[in-house]
Design a binder for this molecule. Structure first.
Ligand SMILES: [Zn+2]
Length: 385
């Protein structure tokens, strides 16, 4: 897509994901806060309350308010990190769909993949660099802040941001450092998918290693490892493993896409009038050795496509009495695909209008065959070997 297209004003705004609240806009995109965040903000307030009581006794319930203020401050710095990704993406002409703050930090969704390794590198690296800069700034501030709650906040801000910045530079997807690694491999090999797979595998290694983090921490501090640390490490490891695996699966799929085409997967189609019985339609399909049934209007134009699932659900003894149109789905625009559709375009078409069966039509609009999602899925898997 070219730039003018992307910036077209009639572009619909991305739908807001369930369970999120919109709090504002940055770099032309919505800033969302997920429901899980509120839970964690509450948790932070409860966990911090005794420490706040220590630093500033006598606040009463106010210590929870102070704890919440801490949580908000902390996530404002996460927002700065995400905003830097968004601004960099915008700078290179990518449309940012949304910035979401959730319990493990934040996420910036960009509409399309980076087109150049340099874009990928810069968009990824500005996030951790921003966090580290905020952390260093907070360290500077710490020296001039008087003892008390404010100093405690500045201290937490410094520690959290330096930690977030440094950990995010670890080279494994889905971390920012993983995207830096992907950009590097992409630059070296000229292949973004290879970059993604390498950084995805690295991410899986990081996920496994992160499980050992509590042991390392205990060894360094010379204490017993705590159960809570193992739970936290488990959550982080699962998050990293899932993200890395999704990246690898997606890259593998895209590697196979150029070889994927609709035409060779087309099943022979039987055209039957919409008012014949299901039994008769099935008989004709068998007679013609067809793998799909399309219903046609009296003028011969296709109107519906028989759903294999609906057909299978209909008891055999009812089939002579029910019209085939009762097991057919109306052929809307998204269910007719040109027979020569292939690769990414094919996948995009299926994503836009998910269905089990599609009608493939020739250049003249005449029915060519039926494409089933099952056949397509199998073709993708068969290529795996
Ligand atoms: Zn980031």
């Amino acid at each position: 897509m070219d730039r003018a297209d992307r910036d077209a004003p009639e572009q619909p705004r991305a739908p807001r994901p369930r369970g999120t609240v919109r709090v504002g806009r940055i770099a032309d995109s919505d800033v969302l806060v997920s429901g899980s965040w509120f839970l964690v903000a509450g948790l932070i307030a409860v966990v911090l309350a005794p420490r706040i009581e220590q630093v500033q006794p006598g606040l009463g319930a106010g210590k929870y308010v102070a704890g919440l203020a801490f949580a908000v401050l902390l996530y404002l710095s996460v927002l700065l990190h995400e905003a830097s990704h968004a601004v960099a993406a915008r700078h290179y002409g990518y449309r940012v769909t949304s910035i979401t703050l959730h319990f493990l930090g934040g996420m910036t969704a960009v509409e399309t993949e980076a087109r150049r390794p340099r874009d990928e590198l810069v968009i990824a690296v500005v996030g951790p660099l921003t966090s580290i800069a905020v952390g260093i700034g907070a360290v500077g501030l710490w020296f001039v802040t008087p003892d008390g709650l404010l100093r405690m906040a500045v201290e937490a801000l410094a520690g959290a941001n330096i930690l977030v910045g440094v950990l995010n530079l670890v080279p494994g997807l889905p971390l920012d450092g993983g995207r830096v690694m992907k950009a590097g491999v992409w630059r070296l090999t000229g292949d973004p998918l290879r970059g993604a797979i390498a950084a995805g595998w690295s991410g899986r290694v990081v996920a496994v290693l992160s499980l050992g983090w509590p042991l390392l921490l205990a060894a360094v501090l010379d204490t017993q490892p705590r159960l809570l640390d193992f739970v936290l490490a488990g959550v982080v490891a699962a998050f990293l493993w899932t993200g890395a695996s999704a990246v690898i699966a997606n890259a593998r799929l895209r590697q196979r896409l150029p070889r994927l085409a609709a035409r060779p997967l087309a099943r022979r189609v039987a055209l039957v009038p919409a008012d014949v019985s299901v039994a008769e339609a099935v008989r004709r399909a068998q007679e013609q050795e067809a793998g799909g049934i399309v219903t046609v209007a009296p003028d011969g134009s296709p109107v519906g496509i028989v759903s294999e699932a609906a057909l299978a659900r209909m008891p055999v003894d009812r089939r002579p009495w029910a019209a085939v149109s009762t097991v057919a789905r109306t052929l809307e625009a998204g269910l007719r695909l040109p027979v020569d559709v292939a690769g990414e375009e094919l996948i995009d078409a299926l994503r836009r209008r998910p269905a089990a069966e599609y009608l493939l039509v020739g250049a003249d609009g005449a029915p060519y065959g039926v494409l089933t999602a099952g056949d397509l899925d199998q073709a993708l898997r068969a290529d795996d070997r």
